[in-house]
Ligand binder design. Sequence first.
Ligand SMILES: Nc1ncnc2c1ncn2[C@@H]1O[C@H](COP(=O)(O)OP(=O)(O)OP(=O)(O)O)[C@@H](O)[C@H]1O
Ligand SMILES: [Mg+2]
Length: 461
Amino acid sequence: MIRMTLAEIAERTGGRVVNAAPELEVTGGVEYDSRKVGPGGLFVAFEGEKVDGHKFAAATVEAGAAAVLSTRDTGQPGVVVAEPLSALAALASAVVDRLDKLTIVGLTGSSGKTTTKDYIGQLLSRLGPTIAPAGSLNNELGFPYTVLQATTDTRFLVLEMGARGIGHIRYLTNIARPRVGAVLNIGAAHLGEFGSVEGTAKAKGELVEALPADGVAVLNADDPLVAGMAPRTVAKVVLVGESPAAAVRATEVVVDGAGRASYKIGFEGKTGNVRLGVAGRHQVANTLAAAAVALSLGMGLEDVAEALGEVGIVSGRRMDVFTRADGVTVIDDSYNANPSSTTAALQALASMGEGKRTTAVLGYMAELGPHERSGHEEVGRVAAELGVDRLIAVAPEAGPIVDGARAVAGWTGEATLAPDQAAAIEVLKGDLRDGDVVLVKGSRYRTWDVVDSLRGEEESR
Ligand SMILES: Nc1ncnc2c1ncn2[C@@H]1O[C@H](COP(=O)(O)OP(=O)(O)OP(=O)(O)O)[C@@H](O)[C@H]1O
Ligand SMILES: [Mg+2]
């Protein structure tokens, strides 16, 4: 964070200074995990369900923290506020207000926010000091936490924005208003909360509504619900995609045997060649969005094309591909799953597994609401239509995946329902051979053990 006195912090957060002179300065970072607080930092104590952060206040100060932000007096130097989340938001806004050389980039969408945020971070780092921390810090806690990492040196701040309902993104844009905003896609993610893709579009479009007149809205030309957001912004609209309507356009897309796409990127009458090192056809859309952001912030097309060839996976378990010593290739896409991202991953599996034996280990997809059954059946059908050789659905809730696959006429593959991850691991153990390609995907912890076991076998070799 930038340097701030306790008096300033108290003023912005509506709190009061305790156990310290108001002139005491916070010179380090803001952390809510007591183990992460560094010298001169500010520890924010949350009262969690299991752990009360206030208990660690003294230890953080002992370890060098300058002060504590808390909801009650901990006896340590600090500021006492009514509610820590709003205080964090207010503090983040205060930081942004002071940094006039900062350009804020926000991005949202149903799938690929973290992946694309990492790409944008890697591109913009070439233009100047950039904050785009690894991970998925996209909610009312992670967003201001990320903002608070900006300092007077920072030129670009790249913020992932998630929404679980109407007004959520507006809340985030009120903390830190982006000048460049990208909406990637509207899919079936978090449908449970929104009810429909139109509801999702309404919520995600709040990002472009918040952009200023001198801002840039990067919208996916190939996704009608996203392209349809254009009238909702006063910012300049830059369409990206493969359709002729796109201002930043990919043509001649080719996917190689390792699932990596190459394409020709066109912008303002010029073209460049992009050869991606990351796997998955869907990375074309993600990298185009990243390209549009970089182009709108002054990077030349040639540099963008070259830099895209070098972007890598920063946040783990997202199309994280590794090949074991025994020749088995594993696609770890187990961070999260919904029907759109699972379809994308299955397509990657199919292209990487051409002429090889392919296995998809698919776990339960959370948050599908009324589409729970149909969503699972759909990915099973897609897997079978893509000719996946072996499908292992994990846990009874994922059962409709098997039903969906078996309903595809002419599919010669085999579908199994493993009652849990241990059973899926058992099925795979000893049955993988040189050349096999295995995709592991699900909603978070529901398939993580499977991929860790596959990795573990590798490591214990
Ligand atoms: N453009 C895309 N279309 C479909 N799937 C994608 C796309 N980009 C990434 N994915 C897949 O979606 C999953 C989630 O990726 P990522 O974490 O980048 O998305 P996110 O939007 O940040 O998700 P979350 O809502 O959990 O924050 C991964 O499995 C990834 O491979
Ligand atoms: Mg994310």
